[in-house]
Design a protein around this ligand. Structure first.
Ligand code: 13P
Ligand code: SF4
Length: 312
């Protein structure tokens, strides 16, 4: 993009001209969150995608999020600033391996976290996000055994919360697994009044010391409504942008990661592949576009719609 191009002004012009909507996740860089029509967690984003009247959906998030929007909107164009923006959880569930796992347990109901590919969704009975997972699991009749995939940490957390014995797929989020419990406890000692707020993709030892566990939207609401002054935030660092806007007077401290983590911080490299410039280019050229084969799309739509129905 040339130096003479005012990217923000061009995005604003093009979005009107094309009747486009820009949906962004809280883990996107601040400039993207600021220009988006809607910023939210995975549930809020899929609800927005299901309801939009726009002709073009620009999804500032990772691939599975854009794919979910496409599954809900087969007649609309859905573009993603960078098609390589994947997710370690989605990658952990390879469709053939997952099919074999499912076939070994034919009597099980398959509850799948939204962080997975369209092919995995097509093999699922119901989808959930971190915001509604407990409600979704509780909606399954008690006599039915459950497979939960692909996040084993969220799965373990749900087993504890619901008392349901679920078979777990061995997936994990590389960002949330990088939080270092020893460093977190040191930090908490230095800030004895701080409340620890964690995303349920974090490991059990992190969740055990958390005062609040929830989706990114849930975490923001907690920080807004809790009277504490200091918060330690155990999730991807992009959320701090929106939180700081919501609670400018409070102290937000990112939870520490292991030093050998690729960026020694809690940034999701996939989410960070999207930039404001790439967002401008994908709005301008309507590329790269998300495509989902129609047979997979139709099958994947059923468990997504079940989730949306329960989450109204
Ligand atoms: P939320 O649905 O809580 O925003 O989580 C999405 C995600 O990718 C977490 O790593
Ligand atoms: Fe996937 Fe983790 Fe990145 Fe979320 S933070 S998109 S779960 S790799």
């Amino acid at each position: 993009v040339g130096k003479d191009v005012d990217v923000v002004a061009e995005i604003n012009r093009l979005r009107k001209e094309k009747n486009a909507v820009i949906l962004a996740h809280y883990y996107q860089e601040g400039a993207i969150q600021d220009i988006a029509d809607y910023v939210g967690d995975s549930l809020g984003l899929s609800q927005q995608a299901a309801a939009t009247q726009a002709d073009l959906i620009v999804f500032a998030g990772v691939h599975f999020m854009g794919e979910t929007a496409k599954i809900l909107n087969p007649d609309k164009k859905v573009v993603l600033p960078d098609l390589k923006a994947g997710c370690s959880l989605a990658e952990s569930a390879e469709p053939n391996a997952f099919r074999a796992f499912k076939e070994q347990h034919p009597d099980h109901i398959v509850v799948t976290y939204i962080n997975c590919s369209a092919e995995i969704k097509a093999m699922s009975d119901i989808i959930c996000t971190s915001a509604n997972a407990e409600k979704i699991v509780n909606s399954i009749p008690k006599d039915k055994p459950i497979i939960f995939a692909p996040d084993k940490n969220l799965g373990r957390y749900l087993i504890k919360k619901t008392g349901r014995d679920m078979l777990l797929w061995e997936g994990a989020c590389i960002v949330h697994e990088a939080f270092a419990i020893d460093k977190l406890l040191d930090l908490a000692k230095q800030h004895p009044h701080a409340r620890i707020v964690a995303h349920p993709e974090s490991e059990d030892h992190i969740l055990k010391v958390a005062h609040y566990i929830g989706s990114t939207t849930g975490m923001i609401n907690f920080v807004k409504n809790d009277p504490a002054q200091e918060f330690i935030i155990a999730t991807e660092a992009g959320i701090l942008h929106q939180m700081a806007k919501e609670v400018p007077g409070k102290d937000l401290i990112p939870a520490p990661s292991h030093e050998d983590n690729t960026c020694a911080c809690s940034e999701c490299a996939f989410m960070r592949m999207n930039t404001l410039e790439k967002l401008y280019l994908c709005l301008k050229y309507e590329l790269p576009e998300i495509q989902v084969p129609e047979d997979i799309r139709r099958k994947a739509l059923v468990p997504i719609q079940r989730m949306l129905e329960i989450s109204k």
